[in-house]
Design a protein around this ligand. Structure first.
Ligand SMILES: [Zn+2]
Length: 411
């Protein structure tokens, strides 16, 4: 009895050491996966249900992360379109401001010309005034220098009183005329000076307005530069997020593939149920639209293995279990849409993808011919069809080799 216990302990020790090694390997694997590389995790050790579930969980986590990244991408895209809109709006405001400044410059040019003209006009009127003043001074000087032509002499040399009055009147009129003329010239000069001052004030106001416009323009341009910078940042963030998103899509696909292989390997540890496969659709749905083999994927465009056959089926067509077994997966993935995997024992599995509706759950036992789903076009699919796979120990092969007696046609 004692011996047996000790034996068991030694066995448990071995098992615990093995678990540690597996743990270390899993950690290395996790590191490799972070780098985007997934090693085929399971060829060395026997697969446990926990391994399969862990892979499934990782695939689900990747799908959740992918969803988050998509949300982030959408957020960035909407930021970009908002910034684009704001920049276009600012462009419009800047253009309008530029036009206003141009109009203001033309106004200022006109005002400068008008002030120049007024300056000449003012100079001329001042010159005229000066000329008139000089004339008067000359006349007075002349009269002072030639006594006989002084006002008094002019008056005293009159022939008669009437002549005297005439001369007095003439002298008076000359004096009045001089005074009037002088007044007129002064009025003209003052008016021109006033007009010039008025124009200069208008010009000063216009310059102030232009300065305000230029300040506003600078402000608009600063705002635009800020938005352009933010747009640039958003575009960089977008390309980074886009890369992360695409990486995550790839990671999810790889994990699902690993999961599928692990599930198959787990199933291989049981015995195959035997018998021939049944066509997974009603016999009338016998058109194969895409064979098993290498091809460019119709949605992703990548050149890779088409790991099953595509069978034409309108959405809602009954999908049958091709053989008896246990449902190991009934789930949704972005690539396969709604899909089901059935384990038939002995490592043989069948997969049914792009379903519109799943009728069985993980763990359900199904017999051959049971309606397990309705076909559809979910996931990476361009038209309603059933994607059907058969795999042995996680390795797919051409399913049509199992239907030698069945009459199908190729599209
Ligand atoms: Zn397919």
């Amino acid at each position: 009895m004692k011996k047996q216990t000790s034996k068991q302990t030694s066995y448990e020790k071995k098992r615990s050491r093995m678990r540690r090694i597996v743990g270390i390997l899993a950690a290395i694997l996790a590191l490799l996966m972070v780098g985007g590389v997934i090693l085929s995790a399971l060829p060395i050790f026997a697969v446990t249900k926990a391994d399969v579930d862990a892979l499934k969980k990782q695939a689900n986590d990747a799908a959740a992360k992918k969803k988050e990244l998509k949300k982030e991408l959408d957020g960035i895209a909407s930021d970009i379109s908002a910034l684009d809109k704001q920049i276009r709006l600012l462009d419009g405001q800047i253009e309008a401001q530029e036009e206003e400044i141009e109009v203001q410059n033309e106004l200022l040019e006109q005002l400068t010309i008008m002030i120049g003209e007024k300056t000449i006009e003012l100079e001329e009127s001042e010159a005229e005034q000066a000329r008139q003043y000089a004339n008067m001074k000359d006349r007075v000087r002349y009269m002072a220098e030639h006594n006989n032509t002084s006002y008094l002499n002019i008056l005293l040399s009159s022939d008669s009183f009437s002549d005297f009055l005439n001369r007095l009147e003439i002298i008076h009129q000359i004096s009045v005329r001089d005074e009037k003329l002088f007044e007129q010239l002064k009025a003209i000069r003052d008016r021109v000076a006033f007009e010039k001052a008025d124009l200069e004030q208008t010009k000063a106001d216009a310059e102030e307005t232009r300065a305000e416009m230029e300040a506003n323009m600078k402000e608009l341009e600063a705002q635009r530069a800020e938005k352009v910078k933010r747009l640039e940042e958003a575009k960089n963030a977008k390309s980074a997020a886009n890369k992360a998103y695409n990486d995550m899509i790839e990671r999810e696909e790889k994990l699902l593939d690993e999961y599928k292989k692990a599930a198959a390997k787990l199933a291989a540890q049981s015995t195959y149920v035997g018998g021939t496969f049944m066509w997974p659709l009603p016999a009338s749905n016998n058109v194969v639209t895409c064979k098993y083999g290498m091809r460019n994927h119709p949605v992703t465009g990548k050149y890779k293995l088409h790991s099953g056959v595509d069978l034409r089926a309108a959405t809602g067509t009954k999908v049958y279990a091709a053989n008896s077994g246990t449902v190991t997966t009934s789930a949704y993935s972005s690539a396969w849409g709604n899909y089901i995997i059935i384990s038939h024992g002995g490592g043989v599995t069948t997969l049914y993808a792009h379903l519109s509706k799943r009728l069985v759950s993980k763990g359900d036992k199904v017999t051959q011919g049971k309606v397990i789903a309705y076909s559809g076009s979910t996931g990476y699919s361009t038209a309603p069809h059933l994607h059907f796979e058969i795999a042995k120990n996680g390795v797919t092969y051409d399913p049509l080799t199992e239907f030698k007696g069945f009459s199908y046609t190729f599209k």
